[in-house]
Design a protein around this ligand. Structure first.
Ligand code: HAM
Length: 426
């Protein structure tokens, strides 16, 4: 095939009709589960002030440093295509005075996010997330519940062998001291670190902990661990989260090197993977954590919060690799074939009558040949074909053909909708 003149942008995908079912099914499960746990839907603009992400997601993150799609408007403002949902949701929480409502505020959203990444399997420049936030509650039971919700969604989508990786990265009380300890350890070995990690040493040494380079991982495996340096409050909080997870028997693994790539996290951070080799390669299906300082950072009162997001494309890729079936949209049970201009006119009206009673009817009104129409009816595997020709129009009748037994019957046109309702109910 000749290469078309225009192609989709690198790392961005068309979601073709045959894949829409996956998205629909996943969003349905997400929304049903989120509604059960008392979440309400919120949609925020796909573009936000660039400064919101610089402050919210954080200047030291890869997202802000390398991955934002930013544009300058005609009014000379800088706007960014959302690389993640959280800062936009907190902006909306503050802008609409939600802090004056009974807390916590539980919100869910879904839609596209954009990151200028190096595209590879499971990593795109435009991808879709299902996102949850619980704003205004610092209790450790909420951490466990948010993790449980993502776990439940993935289980309901029929994914198996899931594992939650969890860690605590402390807070402003204990993290600065730990950072110093880590920094002095890493500095003594900085010549053996990769180029990116040497930069991270200056900006955010914690990110060295989750570097995927083998030489860095070797150094990290001997590094001091945050978990051993948590202040009393963070320690108790984390202990509480793990106890709740034990109580609901959720499989988790402590990962002292899990720090996550966003600046706002405090205390609990988590990621959910499929615990297989392909699952690891794909990357986290879902990730999130507590961010008790972000609301204040964005101009609000001191407000504790936690949330997470799930990557829809990664979930779909996993479903496909496991050959998990999603329900295919059902084929219509009836095909309406017409012959001649008068019949075409009547068919157009008849189709509306079927739509009103919610019976799906396929047709091919653009075709004139009966043979071609019947071929389509056959291909669709319909139960009945309705045939409307010149003679039938004049007699105000229509032929019902039972495709399985091949029997034909003529009925009054005005009665056909009722008749088909009866037959399809049987
Ligand atoms: P995140 O870990 O950056 O967290 O993204 C969440 C999920 O989105 C990942 O686990 C992954 O499945 C998917 N994802 C991320 N980047 C890509 C990509 N380039 N291509 C395909 N899928 C991707 C956040 O976005 C946080 N805002 C989550 C959160 C909400 N934390 C607190 N509240």
């Amino acid at each position: 095939m000749k290469k078309p003149k225009f192609q989709r942008p690198t790392g961005m995908h068309d979601i073709l009709p045959e894949d829409q079912g996956y998205f629909q099914k996943i969003y349905n499960v997400c929304e049903t589960v989120a509604n059960f746990y008392g979440f309400k839907k919120i949609d925020t603009p796909i573009l936000e002030d660039t400064a919101l992400y610089e402050k919210g997601t954080g200047l030291a993150t890869d997202i802000v440093q390398k991955q934002m799609f930013t544009l300058r408007t005609k009014g000379r403002n800088y706007l960014t295509l959302r690389p993640e949902f959280t800062p936009g949701i907190i902006r909306a929480y503050l802008e609409h005075g939600m802090q004056t409502l009974p807390q916590p505020i539980k919100l869910y959203s879904s839609g596209p996010a954009f990151r200028y990444e190096h595209p590879q399997a499971g990593r795109y420049r435009q991808f879709h997330q299902f996102n949850l936030e619980v704003i205004g509650d610092g209790n450790s039971v909420i951490d466990a519940q948010v993790i449980q919700i993502f776990y439940n969604i993935l289980t309901e989508i029929k994914l198996k062998k899931l594992i939650v990786e969890i860690n605590s990265i402390g807070d402003n009380q204990c993290r600065p001291y730990y950072k110093k300890l880590l920094l002095s350890y890493l500095k003594s070995r900085d010549l053996s670190l990769c180029v990116d990690c040497r930069r991270r040493l200056r900006e955010n040494p914690l990110r060295v902990l989750d570097c995927k380079e083998e030489k860095c991982q070797r150094i990290v495996s001997q590094a001091p661990q945050m978990i051993d340096h948590l202040c009393q409050e963070c320690h108790d909080h984390f202990k509480g989260v793990l106890e709740f997870l034990d109580e609901i028997e959720l499989p988790y693994r402590l990962n002292p090197y899990l720090v996550r790539g966003l600046d706002y996290y405090t205390k609990t951070v988590f990621e959910i993977f499929e615990d297989t080799e392909e699952g690891r390669k794909m990357g986290s299906l879902s990730g999130g954590g507590r961010y008790d300082a972000l609301v204040k950072l964005l101009g609000g009162e001191d407000t504790k919060a936690i949330g997470g997001a799930m990557g829809i494309e990664r979930v779909i890729a996993t479903i496909k690799s496991k050959k998990i079936k999603t329900q295919k949209p059902s084929n219509p049970p009836i095909f309406l074939a017409q012959l001649g201009i008068m019949a075409k006119r009547k068919s157009l009206k008849l189709l509306e009558d079927f739509r009103k009673v919610k019976i799906q009817v396929a047709e091919s009104f653009g075709r004139d040949s009966l043979k071609a129409q019947l071929k389509i009816a056959d291909r669709l595997g319909v139960k009945y074909t309705l045939l409307l020709g010149q003679k039938e129009v004049l007699e105000e009748t229509i032929i019902i053909r039972d495709m399985k037994i091949g029997r034909q019957e003529t009925v009054k046109l005005e009665k056909v909708v009722r008749e088909m309702q009866k037959r399809l109910k049987k």
